[in-house]
Design a protein around this ligand. Structure first.
Ligand code: COS
Length: 382
């Protein structure tokens, strides 16, 4: 059920105020220290951000996709890592359970995910299985006598793994290819599970990615999500909506960069007048604004389609392609409008430029989005 208009407006206003007053002043610090302060995370928990998409009956707010997109756009107005701290709990780390879990599994985990007591992670990617997600090698071998699957293998670039208490892990129970993959809820404290040190990245400091290793980890049979062999499809459905959510964040980031560009161009004087009076600067602002508006319209349309129960695989791929490429161009123009200052860390524009680069890679590269769009379009005849 959608929220009533007043409640929704209030939610967006609260998130926007939190972004402006609490998070934006911390962007430089988070960028330098590669860590989001714990008191900020605690405040996010109090605001209910960890449970935005968890159904109400399991302790969350149960936002519709269109409402979730409103929050994603509002959160996009600050460094993307801020959103990532609760992003896995409301997205890829919980939605497999929401979509494919039994009531018992949901009762057991979702309330604590919604409150932020448990942090979740989505473990699909492996050293040799990135875009070709159906080729994962991590194996889950059933030991019927003991009532467990024994997990062996490694996952790579797993967001929030260092903080995670619960992983959704895609592992092979059957033969080659996507149909041999199942998914499992794997608590971090199981013996044999280890998490590597977080990687040093180009951007999005404060959001950590790590390897996760499984060495004979015994996962109870009742922790399997859905039937054997259904894990890949669960992962793909989770990624469809994840791609849409990320597209909302891209739109928010572009809106922020456009505001920054306009502010700077209006203040900065050259040749005796603000640089905003020069048509070449105006063109960069105009192109950014128009492209951002188009992406926002597409994101909102796709969210409404998902809420209406329509098939959205093609739409999500197209939305992610358009929104992530758009914000890349906007960030590039922002550096150009700022000129020398755009290259200097203190202004924060170069940090955004690095941060938004990831949007074209994670949750499916632009190349993968294009191949999904082509495949779906060829299937339906255009
Ligand atoms: N929703 C539901 N089911 C889906 C689906 C979706 N979005 N996409 C695929 N499936 C189903 C297919 O219908 C097929 O089932 P049937 O054979 O029963 O019809 C099954 O899953 C296998 O699909 P497919 O044959 O398309 O698998 P491929 O190995 O060709 O892989 C791509 C497809 C490339 C799209 C997939 O591997 C992918 O998205 N890769 C990118 C992974 C990614 O985004 N990684 C980012 C890191 S995770 S944060």
């Amino acid at each position: 059920m959608p929220l009533d208009k007043d409640t929704y407006d209030q939610l967006i206003e609260t998130v926007s105020r939190f972004v402006t007053e609490r998070l934006r002043p911390l962007e430089g610090q988070v960028g330098d220290k590669d860590e989001i302060p714990q008191d900020v995370i605690d405040e996010m928990k109090e605001l209910g951000l960890f449970g935005l998409t968890i159904p109400e009956e399991y302790g969350g707010i149960g936002l519709t996709m269109a409402e979730e997109i409103g929050v994603a756009i509002a959160m996009g107005h600050t460094s993307p890592a801020m959103r990532s701290s609760f992003g896995t709990n409301i997205g890829i780390g919980s939605q497999g359970l929401v979509m494919a879990g039994t009531d018992e599994q949901k009762q057991k985990w979702l309330p604590r995910i919604a409150s932020g007591e448990l942090i979740t992670s989505f473990a699909l990617t492996e050293p040799d299985a990135g875009s070709d997600a159906g080729s994962v090698k991590t194996r889950a071998t059933l030991d019927e006598a003991k009532g467990v699957y024994r997990l062996n293998g490694s996952k790579r670039y797993i967001t929030n793994a260092d903080k995670a208490d619960l992983f959704t892990v895609m592992a092979r129970t059957g033969g080659e290819g996507a149909h041999g993959v199942s998914s499992f809820l794997v608590p971090r404290d199981l013996p044999g599970l280890s998490v590597g040190a977080h990687e040093k990245k180009m951007g999005q400091q404060g959001a950590h990615v790590c390897d996760v290793n499984f060495d004979d980890v015994e996962v109870p049979v009742e922790n399997r999500l859905g039937a054997e062999g259904e894990g890949f499809k669960v992962a793909m459905r989770v990624l469809d909506r994840g791609r849409l959510h990320i597209s909302g964040v891209c739109v928010g980031a572009a809106e922020r960069l456009i505001e920054d560009m306009v502010g700077y161009a209006s203040e900065r004087q050259q040749f005796g007048k603000p640089i905003s009076s020069f048509q070449m600067i105006q063109a960069q602002i105009a192109d950014s604004k128009a492209e951002c508006m188009a992406a926002r319209a597409l994101v909102e349309q796709t969210a409404r389609k998902r809420d209406a129960g329509e098939s959205i695989t093609l739409d999500c791929a197209a939305t992610k392609l358009i929104a992530s490429e758009m914000v890349g161009r906007v960030a590039d123009r922002a550096v150009q409008v700022y000129g020398g200052a755009g290259y200097i860390a203190d202004y924060g524009i170069e940090r955004f430029y690095r941060d938004v680069r990831l949007f074209r890679i994670y949750e499916g590269t632009s190349e993968i989005q294009r191949s999904i769009i082509a495949r779906e379009t060829l299937k339906t005849g255009g």
